[in-house]
Design a protein around this ligand. Structure first.
Ligand code: ATP
Ligand code: MG
Length: 410
């Protein structure tokens, strides 16, 4: 409100000296119309970035020129960032780089956005301005490109993934037929996008409350195999049961767990996938841990399970168990043995999620102090001592282990 008032101070929102105006746009308008939480607030304005900065300075508001070349200034109010972007029109484009010019034309600004539901504005009076038919699409939960779908995709191929992402979050029924067809036709162009843009969009898609329907349609039109060929032989059938399990057990949607559910647990292929999509180191480690852990026997004894955790770490085992639990719960209805299996997997999972690695209480210095000269023998002895300690379920304490070390050295 304060920002819109500031931008309209020149007499905007319907006349006045400079006609400058600001409107909230995009996700904030879309989500409030759908009654969903709003994450960040983007504002579009007819004022140039220079004037936005001037007005903010005069009002004592912090302004950060976060993307001047795109016309974006970030205003910070009560520690919250608001991106204020000057209206633009595309002058020319080659599918990857758009040349843009500032403008005061709201319709042109709306028309260069991707989807009708993302091109609604709210003015300072709180009134919604709809220049592309977005209101009707919000009502119908219809995810639709603005203008000709094929043309809009040719301008920016990431829009293929955005179409399915927004369908996953907000769509209902079947995806818009024209959009789906255009996505299918342009799918080979996904290869030309940077890994960062693809993974950032895919991560969001996989983080939807239920990405299952969107993934099905992506597979149907071969968009999925274009970005994730790993899914080809493996399939996406695990998703519905996993999503149901997450809901039942109150787990937050986890994009990496969903990814693990649709790609084979093959270390080399996961390594290649992580490199291809430029996953962060932490993301790659989580994904690879899933491949390294062996399938878990749900009737494993608790002692054997503790040893398994010690030797594999909890990460990969947790992922394994979550996926196995998803599958078991999916089959459990009316099936007593699957129900029992789910219960056992659930107990193992609880343990894995609270597990902390016990500290082996002896180290290399202890071995050397016991009379072994430093060298490979130290590590060998330490390893065999540790192995015995694990096999005996971590029962021996430091004093016992040191005594045993003495025996071995003599
Ligand atoms: P959310 O922030 O909830 O993911 P959003 O709609 O705000 O959703 P952003 O990616 O933050 O999405 O983009 C803000 C707005 O910018 C969009 O609503 C859309 O109007 C426009 N936009 C973003 N990316 C593109 C694109 N690749 N092509 C065309 N318009 C885009
Ligand atoms: Mg946004």
């Amino acid at each position: 409100g304060r920002i819109l008032a500031l931008l309209n101070a020149g007499g905007g929102a319907g006349g006045g000296s400079d006609g400058g105006e600001g409107r909230v746009v995009g996700g904030a308008v879309r989500n409030s119309l759908m009654g969903l939480p709003v994450s960040d607030i983007d504002i579009a304005t007819t004022l140039t970035p220079e004037i936005v900065i001037e007005r903010a300075a005069a009002a004592g508001i912090k302004a950060v020129p976060t993307g001047l070349q795109h016309g974006t200034v970030t205003l910070v109010i009560d520690g919250k960032p608001f991106e204020v972007t000057t209206l633009r029109t595309d002058v020319e484009t080659d599918g990857r780089h758009a040349k843009v010019a500032f403008s005061t034309d709201w319709k042109a600004d709306a028309e260069r956005r991707d989807l009708t539901i993302n091109a609604l504005y709210a003015d300072a009076r709180g009134e919604v301005v709809d220049l592309v038919g977005g209101l009707a699409d919000i009502e119908a939960r219809n995810i639709r490109f603005i203008g000709d779908a094929a043309t809009r995709i040719a301008e920016d191929h990431l829009r293929i993934l955005r179409f399915f992402r927004f369908f996953a979050y907000y769509g209902s029924g079947r995806p818009d037929a024209e959009g789906l067809k255009a996505c299918a036709a342009a799918r080979s162009k996904l290869k030309t996008l940077s890994a960062e843009r693809v993974w950032s969009e895919l991560r969001k898609l996989l983080g939807a409350a239920d990405p299952g329907r969107a993934l099905l349609w992506m597979r149907q039109v071969a968009v999925l195999t274009e970005i994730l060929p790993e899914t080809e032989r493996w399939g996406i059938d695990a998703i519905p049961a996993l999503v149901a399990t997450e809901k039942a057990l109150g787990w937050a949607p986890d994009p990496l767990l969903r990814l693990a559910a649709i790609v084979p647990p093959d270390a080399a292929r996961l390594e290649a996938l992580a490199a291809r999509l430029k996953l962060s180191n932490a993301e790659a480690a989580t994904l690879k841990a899933w491949a390294m852990a062996a399938p878990i026997d749900d009737e494993i004894s608790s002692a054997a399970f503790e040893r398994l955790l010690y030797r594999n770490g909890a990460d990969g085992i947790t992922t394994r168990l979550k996926l196995a639990l998803g599958v078991a719960r999916g089959k459990a209805e009316g099936d007593l043995s699957e129900m029992a299996r789910s219960a056992r997997l659930g107990k193992l999972l609880d343990r894995a999620m609270t597990w902390k690695k016990p500290q082996f209480p002896v180290n290399g210095a202890d071995v050397i102090a016991a009379g072994i000269p430093s060298g490979p023998r130290v590590g060998e002895l330490l390893g065999s001592l540790e192995n015995q300690w694990v096999e005996e379920n971590f029962a021996s304490d430091r004093a016992e282990l040191l005594a045993r070390l003495q025996e071995r050295v003599q």
